[in-house]
Design a protein. Structure first.
Length: 225
């Protein structure tokens, strides 16, 4: 039961970090694309034909949103730009498979997430995951910590993202996939080649480590006041 409470908890600091209005986490909203589905379809078809002006429209419209996503999954801006570039290349190569069904942004997000995961694997920055036994041994402790978060309310979204970037690649990946991008632990397990319990344990540890980093920031701010 305690393990289930970990998965269902969306605490204050997480809610603040993933607020839909946060430019830091989600980037700018897509702009300059026509709302008319037929007009958007023409732009997509232009990209498939290799027309640079159409590709430029897609790139400029989604740059902010996708850069925000890439920053969440990487340790710094340089890595984020590498992932973003590779991700857009995959987007343009695979637009013919989009089929104009569903959300273009949602489809692109999945590609960017997969690209970020591949980036760490390709660069041998291995995703080392915590043992799934952590959930059973520490679930109640982690759940209790969730109830004392008023101290983090003064921390900005940008500071929270800086803290997220300090997590290990494994913790950061699971945290982002579950909290921000809406994957279930089952989906995360399938995507990363781990079991569901391991996904839950890494999420629990990610939150615990994130709070430690934020607590240090809060202490520094309080000492300066």
């Amino acid at each position: 039961m305690a393990a289930e409470s970990i998965e269902s908890s969306k605490n204050t600091l997480i809610s603040k970090a993933t607020n839909s209005g946060s430019r830091v986490f989600n980037g700018e909203k897509p702009m300059n694309l026509p709302e008319n589905p037929e007009a958007l379809f023409e732009i997509i078809e232009g990209c498939i034909r290799g027309e640079r002006n159409c590709q430029q429209k897609i790139y400029e419209s989604f740059y902010g949103t996708m850069m925000g996503l890439c920053l969440r999954y990487t340790k710094d801006k340089d890595d984020a730009l590498d992932v973003l570039q590779d991700g857009f290349i995959k987007v343009f190569l695979n637009l013919k498979h989009f089929g104009n069904k569903g959300s273009l942004e949602g489809w692109m997000r999945k590609i960017m997430v997969n690209t970020a995961i591949d980036f760490y694997r390709r660069n041998k920055k291995s995703l080392l995951f915590a043992d799934s036994e952590y959930v059973e041994k520490n679930a109640e402790e982690v759940t209790e910590e969730n109830n004392n978060e008023e101290e983090f309310l003064s921390i900005s979204a940008s500071e929270i993202m800086e803290a997220v970037q300090q997590l290990t690649p494994a913790y950061r990946t699971v945290f982002n996939m579950y909290v921000v991008d809406g994957y279930t632990h089952k989906e995360i397990a399938e995507q990363l080649g781990i079991n569901e319990g391991t996904s839950k344990s890494n999420f629990a540890k990610a939150k615990k480590n994130l709070k430690k980093v934020l607590a240090k920031k809060t202490k520094v701010v309080n000492e300066q006041v």
